[in-house]
Design a protein around this ligand. Structure first.
Ligand code: ATP
Ligand code: MG
Length: 710
């Protein structure tokens, strides 16, 4: 029995590209997204779960067998192989597997319970019941938990996964073009528009916008949706469209379906069409209908003809807007049909819009009635609009944060939305204004985005992935020279991997290698690749990068010491890093880049403060603080609290050190700060201190400063 059950689970999981990690008695641990990631791993896991429940329920057994399932999503760290032979397993560390196990424990027999993290990724693809906040052992606080009831009836991926929360921005020209094509189509000059763009740029959204604009006009809309789970099921989008248009319900009987289908069919006297399309929809033949005695090839031909005839009849009645979404997932038979439709449309009142990602090569370009439209990212100003709109409902985001989100999202609307939501979520519960304190540099990449970006990286193979990781550790931009110096592989392989990343649209290349420079197309791709590195290898990698910079691009290291300082810090070489951060700070002061200087000095300080309390450390600290203080005063004003903190700290450290000329500037800063705050008494005391010091050390420079301070 257990054997049959395990086989059933393994088969199902395999169909959805899951990975059975471990059998534990009658329990099974399954991963989706590892060893290779897909953008829809969460959806795959839920679908597989639903199928398992059904399949296990059907297993022949003396008593019905019911499984309980839990699904959770999150980042895990995959460690080395443990054990030998068939007992071998890969250790997965992270709280996600534990959470899934807890959810499994609370599920009722024959049900599937998912974590909130999973629900967010599957959006409206499934109908769910909210089981509320539940306390789960081993997890602090309560977690929101959902039961999956089944597939939802929402038709398109766009509706199920994406939002219309923000008003459309920056697509006036594209929308105008579509409206022009619609006008031509209405005049029986059929048109085809091929809408191509990377994921999340707004293809579906633009089509929605057109639908909204023409909602008031008489017309017929036909929507065909391809899906990654059905790219091998013949005519899947066509079947889906027919079933929706005919309004089939889950529990309609065969007779009801025949009736609905007959009502839908527009062509007169099309008894054959009825038989063909019933067959397409897997309905049995109507009693009395002539049997379709055809070879498969003939049947396909005749079905195509029937479908085209339907389209012609509809287009004679009313203008038709046909939308084919996500052609990159289209099954081959639908592709064949689409070829015919594109050719036929030319003389009909039809506007056909097809959307797809750049990996799909449309064969129809160049025909007179076909227009290719490649959507680009939103410009900087347009990009800020969705962020502000989303933020308006929660907390007002400071301008720097909005800028940063726009910057990191590179004008991809989906990224803008996702990153904004993550920032807002992180800010929820904090005081208004506190959002500004969120460390912007590397806010976590949202889970849904991470899934899709990881999937794209994974498809390119381990070599490309390693190059992406190395590049990500170097930065958003890197030169060929530098990455080649860091990666131990031979040059040909490195180049091939870089080319693959460029071809996949994850990197931009400027110039030709070896003089080439590369840039991550999205900051988020860089972050995702970087986050897949474990701590240990990450440190080693930064060490290698620092060494390569010093050896190969030393002029750059001299020009921008902060770059080397950054890699040394990440490599754990704190002492050298601190020295370089300070150099970077001084250099920035010389260029009047005071804000940068402050940040560099602060990083130097943070590293110095890791050293044990001792005279050497205090001297180093004091030296940095003494340079930081005037920079702070320059930026924030002489009497600003930020400056005060630095000045006080410097003076405090100064007092710990013996009288020495080093500390005089710190005391002088302290005097200046108190004076400008109007604390005259305190300023006078400090001035007296300076005189005492000047005499004790017999130092003319300090004496001069002391005279200044009265
Ligand atoms: N011009 C825009 N203004 C405001 N929001 C937009 C705009 N374009 C897209 N969006 C939003 O960005 C998200 C992604 O858009 P959409 O789903 O249309 O992308 P897509 O190109 O169809 O991606 P996919 O290839 O994954 O289907 C949606 O939530 C959408 O509402
Ligand atoms: Mg889309």
């Amino acid at each position: 029995m257990i054997g049959a059950y395990h086989r059933c689970v393994a088969d199902t999981v395999g169909r959805f590209a899951g990975f059975v990690a471990k059998y534990m008695g009658d329990g099974v641990l399954v991963y989706f997204g590892y060893p290779s990631a897909h953008e829809d791993d969460a959806e795959r896991a839920v679908r597989a779960g639903l199928v398992v429940i059904e399949a296990v329920g059907r297993l022949p057994a003396p008593k019905p067998v019911n499984v309980r399932l839990g699904v959770a999503s999150g980042l895990v760290v995959v460690g080395d192989l443990i054990g030998k032979g068939s007992a071998q397993e890969q250790a997965v560390v992270g709280e996600t597997p534990n959470l899934a196990a807890r959810l499994q424990g609370m599920a009722q027999p024959a049900t599937l319970v998912i974590a909130d993290s999973t629900r967010r990724q599957v959006g409206g693809l499934f109908d769910v019941r909210d089981l509320g906040q539940q306390a789960l052992k081993g997890f602090p606080g309560a977690a929101r938990v959902w039961q999956v009831l089944g597939e939802s009836s929402i038709v398109s991926r766009f509706e199920a996964l994406r939002s219309r929360e923000t008003p459309l921005v920056g697509r006036d020209e594209e929308l105008a073009l579509l409206l022009r094509r619609w006008d031509q189509a209405k005049a029986c000059e059929g048109r085809v528009v091929l809408l191509s763009a990377e994921p999340g740029i707004g293809k579906s959204r633009l089509v929605e916008a057109l639908r909204e604009r023409i909602a008031g006009e008489p017309h017929r809309w036909l929507g065909y949706f391809c899906s990654p789970h059905h790219s091998e099921s013949a005519l899947h989008p066509i079947i889906g469209q027919l079933e929706r248009a005919a309004d089939f319900e889950r529990d309609d009987g065969t007779a009801a379906k025949w009736r609905k289908l007959a009502l839908l069919l527009a062509a007169d006297g099309a008894a054959d069409d009825m038989a063909l399309l019933s067959d397409l929809l897997s309905l049995p033949a109507e009693p009395g209908a002539a049997a379709l005695d055809l070879t498969p090839q003939q049947k396909k031909e005749r079905t195509f003809e029937a479908l085209l005839r339907e389209l012609e009849v509809l287009a004679r009645q009313q203008p038709v807007l046909m939308v084919f979404e996500d052609l990159h997932w289209m099954d081959p038979t639908s592709r064949e049909l689409l070829d015919r439709v594109v050719a036929r449309v030319e003389h009909l009142a039809v506007l056909l819009i097809a959307t797809f990602r750049p990996e799909f090569q449309p064969p129809w370009v160049g025909q007179a009635h076909v227009t290719m439209l490649a959507l680009s990212r939103l410009g900087r100003r347009d990009g800020a609009a969705p962020v502000q709109r989303l933020a308006a409902s929660a907390a007002a985001l400071p301008a720097e944060i909005v800028d940063e989100i726009v910057e990191r999202s590179d004008g991809v609307p989906l990224f803008l939305e996702e990153v904004t939501k993550v920032v807002l979520e992180a800010a929820a519960g904090t005081a208004p204004g506190a959002v500004a304190a969120i460390p912007g540099a590397r806010a976590a990449v949202p889970a849904t985005l991470q899934a899709s970006l990881l999937a794209r990286l994974d498809r390119l193979g381990p070599a490309a992935r390693e190059i992406a990781q190395t590049g990500a550790a170097i930065g958003r931009d890197f030169s060929y020279d530098l990455i080649a110096a860091v990666v131990p592989r031979n040059k040909t392989k490195t180049l091939a991997a870089l080319d693959r990343l460029v071809a996949a649209g994850l990197l931009f290349r400027l110039g030709a290698p070896p003089a080439a420079d590369y840039q991550f197309k999205h900051a988020l791709v860089q972050d995702t690749a970087y986050e897949t590195l474990l701590r240990g290898p990450r440190q080693v990698l930064h060490g290698r990068i620092a060494a390569a910079i010093e050896a190969h691009v030393s002029d750059r290291a001299a020009r921008e010491p902060e770059i080397l300082a950054y890699h040394l810090s990440e490599a754990g070489q704190f002492e050298r890093a601190a020295v370089l951060w300070r150099t970077a700070g001084k250099q920035a002061v010389r260029r009047a880049a005071n804000r940068e200087a402050i940040s560099h000095f602060q990083r130097a300080l943070a590293l110095v403060e890791r050293q044990p309390e001792a005279t050497d450390r205090w001297r180093a600290e004091l030296a940095i603080l003494t340079q930081l203080a005037p920079t702070m005063m320059g930026v924030h004003g002489w009497s600003a609290p930020e400056a005060g903190e630095v000045v006080e700290r410097a003076a405090e450290i100064g007092r710990r050190l013996e009288n020495s000329p080093d500390i005089a500037p710190a005391i002088a800063n302290l005097w200046l700060f108190n004076l400008s705050r109007g604390r005259i008494d305190r300023a006078e005391e400090i001035s007296a201190d300076l005189f005492r010091m000047a005499r004790a050390l017999d130092d003319n420079d300090i004496l001069l400063q002391a005279h200044h301070s009265i």
